[in-house]
Design a protein around this ligand. Structure first.
Ligand code: PBG
Length: 332
């Protein structure tokens, strides 16, 4: 579609910007509480929370507090919550066995949240990094992140999460073939309605730094994740990954990080028309928060603008640490 350009003054494009009512009338994209998924960090212990220093305003909560937070999120109208565990040092091993333990932190949090707030959808994280002695998302043998053995472990992890009551499985590991393997196992075990939101186009990004602090993986990580996460210079490859994951049974797909990758969101949405999400990751959160705390930007406005931009780029929803704050503002 080629826009027709009328000559001035027939085309005074400022006419449709003249008042709040007219701007509302012609606005193409909007942000609503329905668009938000809230990632939270859980830790061991009871009835306490502790701040994550590199993410001001974000805390790690004990399971009981996570259930309360989920109840509050549900009351705000937030449709989904996503759990990330801060695993105790002793539970990080080379064989990552804690990852599929039915009683690990994440699975206990799923059960507690489903009991306290049955209507909020619970999303999980599937990757070995919170349980791995070396901080990688897969098993490491002779310096290599081995794909197929990792996929078997991810399937075990997926089934344990489904058994605990997860609604949406979120594989963030970037191994090949995991979606098909997970889908087949879920079907075989009767978890027909458990959904998979694939981190399909996940880039090897410097913006994950504060998250790795939050889950206690920063010090642990040996090397980088470039042999499995995507190269930031690539765009076509994101489409191949999304196509592959959808064909293997992903119900929804994600682009991650968010703000520096809005072009990828747009291409993915236009190419496949599948439910498409972006993850506004920890580093993006930290940047906006830090600038706001310094008085350099208006934090609330910058946050809402950044979230709206995801909608304009074609996303159906956004994972954001700002979710409760944004929901409060949107609910007025
Ligand atoms: C790891 C995982 C990461 C994030 C979510 N899952 C970090 C990584 O890949 O190292 C990052 C989220 C964020 O930065 O907010 N499986």
């Amino acid at each position: 579609m080629k826009p027709t350009v009328a000559p001035f003054p027939a085309a005074r494009l400022r006419r449709t910007r003249q008042s709040p009512a007219i701007r509302a009338l012609v606005r193409q994209s909007s942000l609503s509480v329905d668009d938000l998924i809230w990632p939270i960090f859980v830790r061991a212990g009871e009835d306490m929370e502790e701040p994550v220093p590199s993410m001001p305003g974000v805390v790690r909560r004990t399971v009981d507090r996570a259930a309360i937070a989920a109840t509050e999120a549900a009351a705000l109208g937030i449709p989904a919550i996503c759990i990330f565990p801060y695993t105790a040092q002793d539970d990080r091993t080379e064989d990552c066995a804690e990852a599929w333990s039915p009683d690990n932190l994440s699975n206990r949090a799923i059960r507690a949240i489903k009991a306290a707030a049955p209507d909020i959808a619970v999303m999980t994280d599937v990757a070995l990094d919170p349980y791995n002695i070396n901080g990688h998302d897969g098993f490491v043998v002779d310096g290599e992140i081995i794909n197929d053995e990792t996929v078997e472990a991810l399937v075990r992890m997926t089934l344990a999460q489904a058994e605990a009551g997860a609604d949406i499985i979120g594989p963030s590991d970037m191994m090949d073939g995991r979606i098909g393997a997970m889908r087949a196992a879920l079907e075989a075990q009767g978890h027909r309605n458990v959904m998979i939101l694939s981190y399909a186009a996940k880039y090897a990004s410097a913006f994950y730094g504060p998250f790795r602090d939050a889950v206690g993986a920063s010090g642990a990580l040996t090397g980088d994740k470039k042999t499995y996460q995507m190269d930031p210079g690539n765009s076509d490859e994101a489409l191949r990954l999304v196509q592959r994951d959808l064909s293997e049974g992903a119900d929804m797909v994600m682009v991650k990080p968010g703000m520096p990758y809005l072009d990828i969101c747009r291409r993915v949405k236009d190419s496949f028309g599948a439910p498409t999400f972006a993850y506004q990751v920890s580093g993006e959160y930290a940047m906006i928060r830090a600038a706001a705390l310094n008085g350099w930007i208006d934090g609330e406005k910058a946050m809402l603008e950044s979230l709206l931009a995801f909608k304009r780029a074609g996303c159906d929803g956004i994972l954001s640490y700002f979710a409760p704050e944004a929901a409060r503002l949107l609910n007025g």
